[in-house]
Design a binder for this molecule. Structure first.
Ligand SMILES: NC(=O)c1ccc[n+]([C@@H]2O[C@H](COP(=O)([O-])OP(=O)(O)OC[C@H]3O[C@@H](n4cnc5c(N)ncnc54)[C@H](O)[C@@H]3O)[C@@H](O)[C@H]2O)c1
Length: 392
């Protein structure tokens, strides 16, 4: 993670986070450990809880606790009660900054009356931002939240390339299916859905896109994907990937139409995109595990395969985003924490974009790490672009 390493080296020299307590609710992976180390290099105290019970890498959690003295609350496969306890424990540290992935930590800080005391928070995922904007609209948001997920460096790389590749990786690891020659249905053509669709096409699958937004549906069509309603796609697909941020986008009517052997995976943040209750009801109870993380349901003589209990498949069945994309996301996070620390009170309660300068800095550091040089506009070009009404 060369970008984060460069940020961490500067932090070690400048200590911009000295005396700051940072509470994190993030997927506990090796990449997150690098972020935690960069924050600690900058002088911060860090407490870390898992953002998903199935995504924790236990060896990483143990190493952070033992080698870095970080308070870690994360065990792979833990139940929801222990998950909530972990978040409560890091919230109880009265942090100055919160780094969240899904908004559960920020929600907890609000419940504890500790949100006003934050210099600010950052949110890593679309679903978290939807929740926080709803809270803001209802007048309940008590802290500044920086929408890291919407930074261009994050959108363009993390969601499209990171989620796209790792979602397919999760499906392949869990099932060892061959994508070439199969039909893969992507439900939701946002940044993440686009990535899944492109990579599946690259692996030889015929890709069908289902959308509710006409602009995105048109974009998918013009990218060369088939676009159709989900009920029609249900009859066509061999593999289904939900990535909408909505709920029950695959439900009873879809299951009833699916082919024998269909594979169902979710890459959306919450495990509500595939209607599990309807699936169990239709199959007359739980499925049976035919491979690790693959549950087979008998729906009127047809076998439907649910991956990872409908949870984020790229984290539950694979290793999440590759380090190279998390490098950008977490460099953004680290620079946002620094900006909050250097300018306390600069942001009012509400949801704020990542400052463009941070976006550019992360992209600049990444290009530097890749050994890619780019042009710099000449003074004449700068002045031309900044002037009004001239064609000379
Ligand atoms: N697994 C991961 O690592 C990972 C990474 C990034 C985002 N996410 C999650 O993926 C989900 C989508 O994120 P995004 O950034 O692509 O969001 P987005 O808002 O850009 O895209 C979601 C798309 O789904 C469409 N949609 C909504 N309801 C639908 C329905 N019923 N049927 C078909 N399409 C529908 C929307 O119109 C939109 O185009 C969120 O839950 C987000 O948190 C997961």
């Amino acid at each position: 993670m060369p970008v984060l390493r460069r940020v961490g080296e500067r932090f070690a020299a400048e200590a911009p986070l000295a005396g700051l307590t940072v509470a994190c609710c993030l997927h506990v992976t090796a990449e997150t450990a690098s972020l935690v180390r960069a924050l600690r290099a900058g002088g911060a105290e860090v407490a870390l809880a898992a953002a998903n019970p199935l995504s924790t890498q236990d060896d990483v959690a143990a190493a952070l606790a033992a080698e870095d003295g970080v308070e870690v609350h994360a065990t792979r496969g833990t139940d929801l009660a222990a998950y909530a306890e972990g978040i409560a424990a890091v919230a109880a540290r009265a942090p100055a900054v919160a780094l969240d992935d899904g908004a559960d930590l920020i929600e907890r800080l609000h419940a504890d009356g500790a949100a006003e005391a934050l210099l600010g928070a950052s949110e890593e995922t679309t679903t978290g931002l939807v929740r926080l904007r709803a809270l803001d609209a209802a007048g309940g948001l008590r802290c500044a939240v920086v929408a890291v997920n919407e930074a261009l460096a994050e959108r363009a790389f993390n969601d499209r390339y990171g989620t796209g590749q790792s979602t397919l990786d999760g499906i392949l690891r869990a099932t060892n299916t061959l994508l070439a020659g199969r039909t893969l249905v992507v439900l939701g053509y946002g940044w993440t859905g686009r990535g899944v669709a492109e990579r599946a096409r690259g692996a030889g699958a015929s890709v069908v896109v289902c959308e509710v937004d006409p602009v995105r549906a048109l974009e998918a069509r013009m990218q060369g994907f088939e676009v159709m309603p989900s009920l029609a796609a249900a009859e066509r697909g061999d593999v289904f990937v939900t990535v909408t941020g909505s709920r029950a986008v695959l439900g009873r009517a879809h299951f009833e139409r699916m082919k024998d052997g269909a594979i169902l995976a979710n890459a959306g943040h919450f495990d509500v995109e595939i209607d599990l209750a309807a699936l169990r009801e239709l199959a007359g109870g739980s499925g049976r595990e035919v491979r690790p993380l693959v549950e087979q349901f008998d729906v009127r003589g047809r076998r439907l395969h649910l991956l990872a209990q409908g949870r984020v498949v790229n984290l539950a069945a694979a290793e999440g985003h590759p380090a190279a994309v998390m490098d950008l996301s977490f460099a953004l996070q680290a620079l946002v924490v620094e900006a909050l620390a250097r300018e306390p009170g600069a942001l009012a309660p509400g949801v704020h974009p990542v400052p463009a300068a941070i976006d550019r800095e992360v992209a600049r550091l990444k290009l530097e790490a890749l050994g890619v040089e780019i042009d710099v506009p000449t003074p004449e070009q700068e002045s031309y672009r900044g002037s009004w009404g001239t064609s000379s």
